[in-house]
Design a protein around this ligand. Structure first.
Ligand code: RIB
Length: 306
């Protein structure tokens, strides 16, 4: 199995379970709160590691009470943290998250130390990165670092995957064309292509334009409806799985962590997508972000029960 590098964010998730959002000037009691480890990069790294992947993390933590906990959390799952560094005088990344009773969420992010992950950090880790078979990226670090990582991967023949979240308009076409995998959700796909994406059919049409521009594999996550593939292997859909959702926070990251763990084992895209759809469905049945990600045994039990 190839080693996976995640070059990305970590955040402290401040999760408030709410009945509704307060309006301006209103103070409202909410039914629950949880503090957890999050951040799209860290979530994807932890999901992959919980399933048995060998993961190298490049990230930055702040100079505060959260940093040690974040580092300990990575290590608990066997993630290589040699390139997770502290930034003096800066806060860790934090994400106030509001989860409604219908399981859906709203998220604010403060990048904090994540904004200090620089191209020079990629150069510093170059020898270890060259040992990896896949580099996984998201958009919670600065764009020049993301672009530099794509160029690095391309130059060294390392497969590279971008999850373009949170959604950002105006991504460089030159860099997107160097990707092996792009895994957006529907709104991210709409923003990248400038097309209306409101159904699997419109997602397929938009994804085709990205494949025509050079991306090898585009996988669109469709929430409870599963996922869609357009790329070198043709076009197909993996149907969603019906579950009683409690908290959808981090479900997209669960998909990616599971996908990369399976793909880096045997290169089977369709099977990796089927597992990833099931894994993210399992994750929404539990509260929290990383706390909702099952390890291999719990995931096997979830699949057996269905
Ligand atoms: O994708 C979910 C994640 O988005 C949360 O863990 C939060 O930290 C934000 O990064």
């Amino acid at each position: 199995m190839g080693k996976i590098a995640v070059i990305g964010s970590n955040m402290v998730d401040l999760i408030t379970y709410i009945d509704r959002m307060p309006v301006q000037g209103e103070t409202l009691e909410a039914p629950g709160f949880a503090l957890g480890c999050g951040g799209k990069g860290a979530n994807q790294a932890v999901a992959a590691a919980k399933l048995g992947a060998d993961v190298l993390m490049l990230s930055k933590v702040g100079d505060d009470m959260f940093a040690d906990n974040t580092l300990a959390n990575f290590r608990r799952f066997g993630i290589d943290t040699r390139y997770v560094q502290r930034v003096p005088g800066v806060s860790s990344g934090v994400a106030p998250i509001f989860v409604r009773a219908d399981s859906h969420n709203s998220i604010l992010i403060v990048k904090g130390a994540n904004a200090h992950l620089l191209p020079a950090d990629i150069d510093a880790a170059a020898a270890d990165l060259r040992e990896c078979t896949l580099i996984v990226l998201q958009l919670e670090i600065n764009l020049p670092t993301v672009y530099y990582a794509i160029e690095f991967a391309h130059r060294h023949g390392i497969a590279v995957l971008l999850n373009p979240a949170p959604a950002l308009a105006g991504l460089s076409g030159e860099h997107l064309a160097q990707l092996d995998f792009l895994i957006p959700n529907e709104s991210e796909l709409a923003l990248i292509t400038g097309q209306v994406v409101d159904s699997p059919d419109s997602a397929r049409i938009a994804a085709r334009t990205l494949v025509a521009s050079g991306i090898r594999h585009v996988i669109v996550t469709l929430g409870e409806h599963g996922a869609l593939y357009v790329g070198e292997e043709g076009e197909f859909e993996v149907p969603g799985q019906r579950v009683d959702a409690r908290d959808t926070t981090g479900a997209g990251d669960a998909f990616i962590g599971c996908f990369v763990q399976h793909w880096s084992r045997d290169g089977q895209i369709r099977y990796a997508m089927e597992q990833a759809v099931a894994y993210s469905a399992c994750s929404v049945t539990a509260l929290g972000t990383q706390t909702s990600y099952p390890d291999s045994e719990a995931f096997a039990r979830f699949q057996q029960q269905r």
